[in-house]
Write a protein that binds this ligand. Structure first.
Ligand code: HEM
Ligand code: FES
Length: 442
């Protein structure tokens, strides 16, 4: 009797073919067991939609949508070719394409909740950041230098928006606008996220000035303004060219707050509504100012944001990412060397290519830092990781070894930038991560 051929999943884009040999595996399980990076923020629970795929061929060879998937597809208005990899099983050959690759794409998924063709009122935090001395800089330097600096500027100030669950709304010349809370979240969280993004931008600019722009003899100065309020949001415009549009007084006010930095020579200013959104002992505030913006009948009180009063774990982790992952391969190599030195028997658990393994690990650690601003998925994501580790044969005793090796490697990679706060932040998050994963060891 001829052997029954097992279904093959073709990952288009990377043109990789994988034999589907366990009927109890979802497509997501299959990606993970074949070391194919596949985002799965909620750990395969059908809640985050980051594992979504487009089925290019063979859609009838997949199991029908589960109830969770059906609800998600209706809410987000998906066409039938979009499926959740964590919810579908394979009955015959399929060609698929993973749709979400980066954290910035994860943040953009929030926009699917924005109504099409009409505007809806939502409470959001709005951040404007602007290069203060741009016109002078553009005049004094050649176009190539300016284009290079602008690109670097947009990257390094865009990252803190994305790291804090914000959406980059638009770039206007030398200005970037970030929105926090597009798809919900509490007022406190959205304002905290925006404040953390502003501080992250400030540190990133300092770093850029000291490390990269010295050679160009340039120094970027920025002004950041944050406001919180109800604005109208929708995908509006010509039927063939709709785009995200946000309108309302809170947006204009955020822009004016940003400009007000010039008048008082400050770096980050927040409105009273942001200040009032968090408990009193949250922000470290410098000067406060009272002004009346054009078109407003009332006066506005503004506060200079200097930092968080208590250590903010997320900010510390975010500040350290660039240093730690400046060379991801080196990080992973040093980390595994330490693990195998402390627990030589753990070497046998690793069956696959260690280079890919290192890539996945650093990808995962970066992902954990990102997911901390979306905590609703972190716990289920770690449960999934804990269960897969139990299957790899990982036991409770392995976790402290991994934890201490990770901290030692982080300390080494941080070098002169290592501070007690940074190490304490990493310790706290790794203890949480390993404790969650450990729950699933057998
Ligand atoms: C901070 C905690 C840890 C994180 C974030 C982490 C992350 C990862 C990731 C992302 C993968 C890729 C596959 C998957 O997603 O399931 C993986 C695989 C793996 N991890 Fe971990 N891990 C952690 C702790 C550990 C510990 C304590 C051990 C035990 C020594 C371990 C051993 C393994 C093994 C054996 C594999 C599969 C490799 C293979 O199939 O060759 N991990 N880990
Ligand atoms: S919805 Fe599939 S992993 Fe979250």
């Amino acid at each position: 009797m001829p052997a029954i051929r097992k279904p093959v999943i073709t990952y288009t884009g990377i043109d990789q073919k994988v034999t589907y040999d366990d009927p109890d595996s979802t497509i997501l399980d299959c990606s993970i067991s074949n070391q194919i990076p596949h985002l799965h923020e909620c750990g395969g629970n059908g809640r985050c939609s980051t594992c979504r795929i487009r089925v290019i061929q063979g859609s009838s060879n997949l199991t029908p949508r589960t109830l969770k998937e059906q609800q998600m597809a209706e809410f987000r208005r998906w066409d039938p070719s979009i499926r959740l990899a964590c919810q579908c099983y394979v009955k015959g050959d399929v060609d698929i394409q993973r749709l979400v690759w980066t954290s910035s794409e994860v943040n953009k998924l929030q926009l699917e909740t924005v109504p099409d063709g009409e505007a809806e009122e939502r409470a959001i935090a709005i951040l404007f950041c602007d290069i203060r001395n741009f016109t002078k800089m553009a005049f004094e330097n050649n176009t190539f230098d300016i284009a290079h600096v602008l690109n670097r500027f947009y990257t390094i100030i865009g990252d803190p928006i994305l790291l804090n669950n914000g959406v980059i709304y638009q770039y206007i010349g030398d200005e970037i606008v970030g929105l926090f809370g597009i798809s919900g979240g509490t007022r406190e969280k959205n304002c905290r996220d925006a404040a953390r993004a502003a501080l992250g931008m400030y540190y990133a600019i300092e770093h850029l000035n000291h490390m990269e722009l010295v050679d160009f003899d340039l120094k970027i100065k920025t002004g950041i303004g944050i406001n919180f309020g109800r604005a109208y949001i929708g995908h509006l415009g010509h039927p063939k060219h709709k785009q995200l549009a946000i309108v309302g007084d809170p947006i204009n006010t955020a822009s004016r707050i940003q400009s007000f930095n010039k008048e008082v020579n400050s770096r980050i200013l927040i409105s009273h509504s942001v200040y009032k959104s968090v408990p009193e002992d949250t922000f470290e505030i410098g000067q406060d100012y009272i002004t009346r913006f054009a078109g407003h009948e009332h006066e506005s009180q503004l506060y200079e944001l200097k930092g968080f009063k208590k250590m903010d774990i997320q900010l510390e982790l975010q500040k350290s990412l660039d240093y730690i992952f400046s060379n991801k391969e080196r990080f992973a190599a040093k980390f595994y060397e330490r693990v195998f030195e402390k627990a030589p028997q753990a070497r046998d658990l690793f069956k696959k290519n260690m280079r890919d393994q290192g890539r996945l690990l650093t990808h995962m650690l970066g992902g954990i830092v990102y997911s901390m601003s979306r905590p609703e998925h972190l716990e289920t994501g770690l449960a999934f990781l804990g269960k897969s580790h139990a299957k790899y044969g990982v036991t409770e005793e392995h976790y402290p070894v991994v934890l201490s090796s990770m901290i030692e490697t982080i300390r080494e990679e941080l070098g002169e930038h290592c501070t007690p706060d940074l190490i304490s932040a990493w310790e706290q998050v790794l203890v949480y991560v390993t404790d969650e994963m450990k729950k699933y060891t057998t």
